[in-house]
Design a protein. Structure first.
Length: 466
């Protein structure tokens, strides 16, 4: 702010000096022209009277003359105190070179400043030199007064401009200072929105800054939630693994006991892998906000998910049914939709019973994707909190689930501006808005591109559990 005020003051100083100099020059020019006109008129009167042998008028205050011979001696005139011009000037005028000069300075002030014109005059008695002078006292006083007034006006204007510049800069930069303080405290405490004023460029910056603070606050909250979730869920399997290892080292173990210990450790490691993948998936989806949408073929999506889990279902004597072709193409994110449906099918295989049915329905410009099994369904007391993080039904607490599967399903639905709900005894439904026009749906749809590395990771995290 100080630099801005100094810049304004410096600029105003230059402008005022230039403007004052211009005014002083114009007034001085006008005064000099008036003095020259008055001197010329007086010179004509004096030289005319001398040429005709008469006496010039003597009642002209501030005007005087002297008559010299060729050698510079004063022959007459009405100025007797001092010589108006020096002998050299008289000699030059006698030689035919008229001169005009000022005697006395504006600063420091002279006692008797005047302007004098020296010229040769032919008379009946011969050639003489006449010096005609006019006082510049009022001329110089007017210019000195003008300089004083300009200095006072410039100083007053500079002071006012500096105060106005300071006030303007302070008013303009106060919001920026508030933004700075808000940015300084962002992350260390709950971030409050910056107070905004009228709609201008700074206010629009404030809106952008508030949005940034909101995103920072959400990111911080996600980070805290992620750390809390990870520390809460990872503590138990890690503690159990440490306990089993400590027990295993207390005494020599038989091959059967060693195998049992390693099987238990492998189960805990698989649980850690599943939990880590589920946490990373959920955090990635929460952080990305709204999913990047593209055309997704619903039939291809359901077929791909069912094909991936059909071998696991067949191993337990169960089947996965898919609906007849619907021809529906929706705007969605193939990867996240695949992950959500995969979680639902995996949950049905883990905690349900009987065959699994995948369904797709498109009505009222909404597409509903559902997964149903033939088991007992969700306990009534569990339905209200089924989509909360780490929420598990009592019957699933001994099966190694992480409690993140349905939470991830809900996050996928929200990223598509849709909803997830338990719509039957053992049915979970994703309701997604909109679908593509018929001509768009008729085009070859894209399903999720799958690479070898991604297939491996999908298999690893296929069953995060309810």
């Amino acid at each position: 702010m100080t630099r801005l005020v100094l810049a304004v003051a410096g600029t105003m100083t230059v402008v005022l000096v230039l403007a004052g100099g211009f005014v002083f020059w114009r007034v001085g020019y006008a005064l000099n022209r008036q003095v020259d006109q008055d001197l010329k008129a007086y010179q004509e009167v004096v030289e005319g009277a001398v040429a005709h042998g008469t006496t010039p008028p003597a009642d002209t205050p501030g005007q005087s003359y002297q008559i010299y011979d060729r050698t510079g001696h004063v022959l007459g005139g009405n100025s007797h105190a001092t010589r108006l011009v020096d002998p050299a000037t008289v000699a030059a005028a006698a030689a035919g070179t008229p001169t005009s000069e000022d005697v006395g300075h504006l600063y420091p002030p002279a006692d008797h400043p005047y302007r004098v014109v020296t010229a040769r005059v032919e008379t009946a008695r011969g050639t003489v030199v006449v010096a005609s002078a006019i006082s510049k006292r009022k001329h110089d006083e007017a210019l000195r007064e003008l300089l004083l007034q300009l200095a006072i006006a410039d100083l007053a204007t500079l002071a006012a401009a500096s105060l106005v510049g300071y006030g303007t800069a302070r008013a303009a930069l106060n919001p920026v200072e508030r933004y700075r303080r808000a940015a300084e405290g962002a992350g260390s405490a709950p971030t409050l929105p910056v107070e905004l004023g009228k709609d201008d460029e700074v206010t629009r910056l404030g809106h952008t800054f508030n949005a940034l603070l909101d995103r920072i606050g959400q990111a911080n909250e996600r980070e805290r939630q992620f750390l809390a979730d990870a520390s809460h869920e990872l503590r138990s399997p890690l503690a159990l693994m440490r306990t089993e290892l400590e027990v295993a080292t207390l005494r020599p173990r038989s091959e059967t006991e060693t195998r049992t210990t390693f099987e238990s450790l492998r189960g805990q490691v698989e649980r850690l892998i599943t939990l880590s993948n589920a946490l990373l998936d959920l955090e990635e989806l929460r952080a990305s906000g709204t999913a990047t949408l593209e055309p997704v073929d619903v039939d291809g999506l359901l077929a791909e998910v069912s094909a991936r889990y059909r071998p696991e279902a067949a191993a337990t004597g169960r089947r996965i049914h898919t609906p007849p072709p619907t021809g529906v193409t929706i705007e969605g994110h193939p990867h996240w939709l695949d992950l959500a449906l995969g979680n639902l099918v995996s949950n049905a295989l883990r905690y349900g019973a009987g065959d699994i049915t995948m369904a797709a329905d498109h009505t009222d410009r909404r597409t509903r994707l559902s997964v149903t099994d033939e088991g007992a369904g969700f306990p009534a007391q569990f339905v209200g909190k089924a989509f909360d993080r780490f929420s598990r039904a009592e019957t699933s607490r001994t099966t190694g689930g992480t409690g993140l599967g349905l939470s991830l399903v809900q996050a996928v639905a929200e990223a598509h501006h849709g909803t997830a709900a338990i719509t039957g005894r053992s049915t979970v439904t994703l309701t997604l808005p909109g679908s593509l026009p018929v001509e768009e749906a008729a085009r070859p749809a894209r399903s999720r591109p799958t690479t070898a590395g991604e297939s491996v990771r999908t298999t690893e995290r296929a069953a995060p559990g309810a």
